[in-house]
Design a protein around this ligand. Structure first.
Ligand code: SAM
Length: 464
């Protein structure tokens, strides 16, 4: 017994010497290994030594398979989890289980897909039912109208608050019939005291005109506004009206081949004079242009007159009760104008009345953002902004658009949601094929019907 245990001790001793020797040889050849060994000494060195011992006691791997096997075993023992995982996914047992894993994943994917499609289908049915009720069966209550907006994915902050209250009524107070219930509007534009009251800014821009371009150019270049102006002007075709044209900063993006005529409108004569100068310099040969000084709120007066010639005209401020609208437009554009109007909703309603069938209003505006922190900054500096730029930059433009007679076709926001790119149409006008998104096109039968109806009826301007 004694001699047996001493022989074991001897063996350990010999192995210890061997391991020391071999590690010395290795570490002298690969200095990196010696450093590494020190770092992991406490946990790894014994394992490392053991592996070297084992190697010394067995014959060296010679065939490719043996080398690969040894490498694999080493990887499995690696201190790095990622190396161990790498070895595991290369193992035979994993390959065998892989088929099972894939089948499980496929089933999960299928179940979720079916559930998603079911949800889409029931939403689609609900939307169809509510639209039918609204348009053909005598109208919807306020909750149902909000639900239509929600299903279309276009809720404003005030809508979210109202829906929450309606759901509270249903769930907590068991109100099942919401007909006749109309809740107060939590209009940000009216309730937020940091959104300053609207005012006539004509005088302000009369004084600002001369320095306007110089002072705004740097800010616009820094935030890439040129790209957005280009986007807006790409939509211009046929008879075009630019409202709040200012100093004509969009003129350089006009493609005269796509337009039949263009009318510029601004309430400030001084701003308009700069537009006239820029336009005549760039397109001296273009004759179907009109420059009009007047307010967007009085636009219907303008539409009663024949405008096309290149003298500055003035539109009077008195709006007839039933204006005789003779001129209509294919495209009405406005950049950074709504924030300086006295009555932006009225201006938008005028745009809607002046659109030809199939015509579009294209807006590039600034207003409230999509995050609280940015809105707080806008609110805090609203007075300063009004003093230096004459505009209310913290307006909730969504509310203004929703209150108007226009309907949004496309709404893209950038700069934390403070820059609004909007394409809008006359309410009740059909969407064009290219304006319908992928999901809408393939999943919404209500919309499909609308397209079919649109493609069978020829718009009036196409007949001309
Ligand atoms: C911030 S500037 C924008 C100018 C130009 N659209 C641009 O993108 O640089 C606002 C312009 O709106 C004009 N404006 C303000 N109130 C208006 C109104 N009620 N009707 C028409 N123009 C108005 C001002 O005279 C000014 O030229």
């Amino acid at each position: 017994m004694r001699s047996f245990s001493s022989s074991i001790t001897k063996l350990h001793y010999l192995n210890g010497i061997n391991s020391q020797r071999s590690s010395l040889i290795i570490s002298s050849r690969i200095p990196y290994l010696s450093q590494n060994r020190c770092r992991y000494k406490s946990t790894l060195s014994s394992r490392y030594d053991a592996s070297i011992n084992r190697r010394n006691n067995t014959k060296k791997p010679t065939t490719k398979e043996e080398i690969a096997r040894e490498k694999y075993e080493e990887m499995l023992k690696s201190p790095y989890r990622i190396v161990r995982w790498g070895a595991f996914v290369r193992s035979d047992s994993f390959s065998k289980k892989l088929t099972k894993y894939l089948i499980v994943l496929y089933i999960i994917f299928l179940v979720n897909g079916v559930q998603y499609m079911k949800k889409m289908y029931s939403k689609e049915k609900e939307l169809e039912r509510l639209i039918k009720k609204r348009d053909e069966e005598g109208g919807c209550n306020e909750f149902e109208l909000l639900r239509i907006k929600e299903l279309n994915g276009k809720l404003r902050t005030r809508d979210v608050l109202k829906l929450k209250e309606y759901r509270r009524l249903q769930e907590e107070e068991n109100v099942s019939n919401l007909d006749g219930i109309v809740l107060d509007n939590n209009d940000e534009n009216k309730l937020n005291e940091m959104i300053l009251p609207a005012r006539d800014t004509t005088e302000f821009y009369e004084h600002k005109a001369e320095e306007y371009d110089k002072s705004i150019s740097f800010e616009e270049r820094m935030i890439g506004m040129g790209k957005r102006r280009k986007w807006l002007m790409k939509h211009c075709h046929g008879d075009v009206l630019e409202v709040s044209s200012g100093t004509g900063r969009n003129i350089k993006y006009i493609n005269p081949e796509k337009i039949s005529s263009i009318t510029f409108l601004d309430s400030s004569e001084k701003m308009m004079e700069i537009t006239v100068e820029k336009f005549k310099k760039r397109f001296p040969w273009y004759k179907k242009v009109a420059f009009v000084v007047g307010k967007a709120e009085n636009l219907l007066n303008l539409a009663g007159q024949k405008m096309i010639d290149d003298d500055i005209k003035k539109v009077n401020d008195i709006q007839p009760e039933q204006p005789d609208v003779k001129v209509k437009y294919d495209t009405i554009i406005e950049t950074f104008g709504l924030c300086s109007h006295e009555d932006p909703v009225k201006a938008l309603n005028n745009f809607s009345k002046l659109l030809k069938p199939g015509g579009r209003v294209i807006l590039l505006e600034h207003g409230r953002g999509e995050y609280d922190f940015i809105n707080k900054i806008l609110d805090k500096r609203s007075e300063k902004r009004l003093k230096t730029w004459g505009c209310r930059w913290n307006l909730d433009l969504g509310e203004i658009l929703d209150d108007s007679e226009l309907e949004i076709v496309e709404e893209k926001r950038s700069h934390l949601g403070t820059t609004w790119c909007i394409v809008a149409k006359h309410k009740g006008d059909s969407k064009k094929k290219e304006e319908i998104g992928f999901l809408e096109k393939y999943f919404s039968s209500a919309v499909k019907n609308k397209i079919e109806a649109a493609s069978t009826s020829v718009p009036v301007n196409d007949k001309n």
